[in-house]
Design a binder for this molecule. Structure first.
Ligand SMILES: [Fe+2]
Ligand SMILES: [Fe+2]
Length: 239
């Protein structure tokens, strides 16, 4: 009996620790995402949007809660490697030179190196691969490794859609934010070339919800927005 009680006591402690660790990683990820968004003033809520849309796509695909949570955290962190880029490149209004573009292509690798120590102790180490490969293209034309189709971690294929969507929905130095209808057309057009068709299908299935989120729907912002209930609920379920 004593042993059994010790066993349950041990298990409880371990799970509570995991829960706290997971919350800490999320909060840490949110802070780092905010840091990079603050550095790049054209995308002041980009990491947050990618985190939210990634979670919505994951939920639409029926992925387990743990995966949805992991993708949300990866969304916050996906561009953290940009912290290693000089402001002259990050805030440049004109076209990047070939050398500057080569520097930009290093941000996924720098990001993976930055988060590795934190995510590897929390059991969320798939996040490293998601960050490293979030600019790969489904047809193999992306960077840093030119991986193709299934060679690209699924989470990275999902973040790629969320990332492009958020970028198209925001004002950039060289163009205004696109209308949501145009964004849907663009993403559809890139199915099978830039994006995994399965992720595009999930996007089309929940595009109305995503449009509402971008339009600032109070219900969706409450559900998926900062300190969202859905996220806390998932963490609660994990414990
Ligand atoms: Fe978050
Ligand atoms: Fe990126």
């Amino acid at each position: 009996m004593r042993k059994l009680l010790d066993f349950f006591a041990g298990k409880r402690t371990r799970l509570e620790t995991e829960n706290v660790a997971s919350m800490t990683v999320h909060q840490f990820a949110e802070s780092l995402g905010n840091a990079i968004d603050a550095k790049d003033h054209y995308t002041c809520s980009h990491s947050e949007e990618v985190a939210v849309v990634a979670q919505m796509l994951a939920v639409e695909l029926g992925l387990p809660d743990r995966e949805c949570e992991l993708l949300h955290i990866a969304g916050h962190l996906h561009d953290i490697g940009k912290i290693g880029l000089p402001d002259s490149i990050l805030k440049k209004e004109g076209r990047l030179t070939a050398d500057e573009y080569e520097m930009v292509k290093k941000h996924p690798g720098m990001g993976a190196d930055i988060v590795k120590p934190v995510v590897s102790v929390s059991g969320l180490d798939q996040i490293t691969g998601i960050i490293l490969h979030h600019h790969e293209r489904y047809d193999g034309g992306g960077y840093p490794y030119g991986l193709k189709g299934d060679q690209i971690p699924f989470g990275a294929r999902l973040i790629a859609v969320a990332d492009t969507l958020s970028a198209m929905a925001s004002n950039r130095p060289y163009r205004k934010a696109l209308e949501f209808r145009k964004i849907v057309e663009e993403i559809k057009k890139c199915s099978g070339s830039q994006f995994d068709p399965l992720v595009v299908e999930a996007f089309l299935d929940c595009s109305e919800q995503i449009e509402e989120y971008f339009a600032g729907s109070p219900t969706l912002v409450e559900e998926f927005g900062p300190d969202r209930k859905a996220f806390s609920e998932q963490v609660r379920v994990m414990s």
